[in-house]
Write a protein of this length. Sequence first.
Length: 83
Amino acid sequence: MEKIRTSLARQGLVRSTDRAIIGGVCAGVGRRFGLTPWVTRLLFVITLFVLPGSQILVYPLLWFLMPSEDSIEAAAAAPHLPR
């Protein structure tokens, strides 16, 4: 699980904590692709009507898999111990 979160964080997919309304997923995806959070949310709602179904599964999955900004900052500030 941690490898998936690290991979998503390296790709810039991190849940926003300061612009979050529900889980910060749309704000994080929008930041990754250079969109404002509201444009991303609007696209999400529009695709709910045009392509119904998959978003209902993808949003909670991304909420679970995408690391939050707070966890990334805490991991960067923590000293790395040899394993």
